[in-house]
Design a protein around this ligand. Structure first.
Ligand code: NDP
Length: 493
């Protein structure tokens, strides 16, 4: 493990750690122990200006380098991330409360995969050419896929390192520079991304890290030197980001929340269906945007699903995120804990049937910490807040249904559409339902698998744009058309 920067942790601007000029700091705490892990310096408006200026300076030469050279830097950075895998995983578990069972693969490898993938794609970014006359002697045009300039990244707290990588890798591959702000609850791991990019040969200023809360986020959305905001967070924050970006008409990628459906048909493999529902509700304490918090189960298979689901949910082991035996850690903060418990209390008061969980665990070792037992409700009424609101905790609702049409209609009934899943052995139905679901991502007979090759993002109020896959490159570039006239130019005047 390398030495952590001394407290209070600086920003990273122009290729080096840089003290903030605001004179203010904030603390980040372990969700498990409640102890302060680090104190971090808050960026001022002048610091954000300096970061944007450094990014602008770096960006032109970086774009001029060409894709192959840019890709080599990203590939080296991916190697350096893999070399620091244990350190990054431990930091993510400490700062975010995620079980150490999860973070090496789901956070670190996913970030490194992303840098590798876009490293390989960087030399392939190009345009199209078309001749406009049959004999080829007439006019023709070509297009250039050009970088946007400086991209502002704003991250959520649930996958801090992964989000930083998912936003940065395609942006840099396409020749942009980045100014990134992590969530205030999980500010630490993004510094490692800054360090590895720098060590891998990224020019000073290509990746800049500014720290702070929503006020610093707003400095990015308002900044005239930033061409695009790539945001991950709540729907209402996304709307504020969109409104604030309007003044400078920024390009936007918005990765927002959801209330995704999993449709379990009565011909599904029961164990697989339960596995999908559990993976899609309890991984990372349920703090995942794509989670299938509405599990629609066809009535013929309902009893079998519940009989297998409840004991498996009850067997999930809660504990210290740094203990390798722990399967579920604490929620991110006491405030978020209170919010999740309030949703559960409201659901009970509204008449939803609590089948298991519903509160803090009995284990005295976990008393007073922000834990919530894996919780399963059974409900019939889609109108309940339980079935409409994103809770962002380990709270699953099972909703019985009778027909495919009914299930699809109910699944599509919300104004959000991030993801969805279908569990069935009927191939025709699987693809038919996948086509009908109003969602950016649909899984068939699995859930929540997000390979870097596959475009990721939402529809309706779950977001705009796409991360990952080749599709991401369209959202960090703009197309310029160049028309070429090889012959004499005729004019009527
Ligand atoms: P928030 O919307 O609260 O915050 C997200 C980021 O935006 C944070 O860095 C926050 O700063 C910053 N921010 C807050 N207000 C503003 C503002 N007005 N202008 C600019 N920036 C602002 O989300 P959470 O961090 O609570 O994350 C949870 C949410 O993220 C859930 O809704 C979840 O569904 C969604 N999410 C979506 C994903 C997707 O890919 N679709 C993936 C992961 C999560 P700070 O927190 O420091 O104050």
């Amino acid at each position: 493990m390398t030495d952590s920067p001394p407290d209070p942790r600086p920003l990273f601007v122009g290729g080096a750690p840089r003290p903030a000029t605001s004179g203010t700091t904030f603390e980040t705490r372990s969700p498990f122990s409640g102890d302060v892990i680090a104190t971090v310096q808050t960026a001022s408006a002048a610091d954000v200006d300096a970061a944007v200026a450094a990014a602008r300076d770096a960006q032109r030469a970086w774009a001029a380098l060409g894709g192959a050279a840019r890709g080599r830097v990203l590939a080296r950075a991916a190697d350096l991330i893999r070399a620091r895998r244990d350190e990054i995983a431990r930091l993510e578990s400490l700062d975010g409360g995620k079980p150490i069972q999860e973070t090496p693969e789901a956070d670190v490898d996913s970030g490194a995969d992303c840098l590798e993938y876009f490293a390989a794609l960087a030399p392939t970014i190009g345009g199209e050419t078309q001749t406009l006359s049959g004999d080829g002697a007439g006019p023709w045009f070509y297009t250039r896929r050009e970088p946007l300039g400086v991209v502002g990244g704003i991250g959520a707290w649930n996958y801090p390192f992964q989000i930083a990588c998912w936003k940065t890798a395609p942006a840099l591959a396409a020749g942009n520079a980045m100014v990134f702000k992590p969530a205030e609850q999980t500010p630490l791991s993004a510094t490692i991304l800054a360090e590895v990019l720098h060590e891998a040969g990224a020019p000073p200023g290509l990746f800049n890290l500014v720290q702070g809360d929503a006020a610093v986020g707003r400095m990015l959305t308002a900044h005239p030197g930033i061409a695009k905001i790539s945001f991950t967070g709540e729907i209402n924050t996304g709307k504020a980001v969109m409104a604030d970006s309007a003044a400078t008409l920024k390009v936007l990628t918005l990765e927002l929340g959801g209330k995704s459906p999993l449709l379990v048909f009565d011909d599904a493999d029961v164990d697989d269906a339960v596995s999908a529902a559990i993976l899609g509700n309890f991984y990372t304490q349920g703090q995942i945007c794509t989670n299938c918090t509405r599990v629609f189960v066809q009535r013929g298979i309902l009893d079998a699903v519940l009989a297998r689901l409840l004991p498996r949910a009850e067997a999930i082991r809660l504990g210290d995120p740094l203990d390798p035996a722990t399967q579920m850690g604490p929620l991110i903060s006491p405030e978020h804990h209170r919010s999740v418990l309030a949703h559960i209390d409201r659901a009970r008061a509204d008449g939803a049937r609590l089948l298991t969980g519903g509160g803090a665990p009995d284990d005295p070792a976990l008393a007073g910490k922000p834990f919530v037992r894996p919780t399963v409700f059974l409900a019939e009424d889609d109108a309940l807040p339980l079935c409409r609101d994103e809770i962002f905790g380990p709270v699953m609702t099972v909703l019985p249904f009778d027909t495919e049409d009914e299930a699809v209609t109910r699944a599509n009934s919300l104004p959000v559409g991030l993801a969805g899943g279908v569990m069935t052995r009927d191939l025709t139905r699987a693809h038919r339902v996948a086509a009908r679901l109003e969602a950016g991502v649909v899984w068939i007979n699995t859930y929540n698998i997000t390979p870097i090759e596959m475009p990721f993002g939402g529809v309706k109020q779950s977001g705009l744009g796409r991360e990952n896959g080749r599709a991401a490159l369209e959202h960090v570039t703009r197309v310029k058309s160049v028309y070429v006239e090889p012959g004499p130019l005729e004019a009527p005047y």
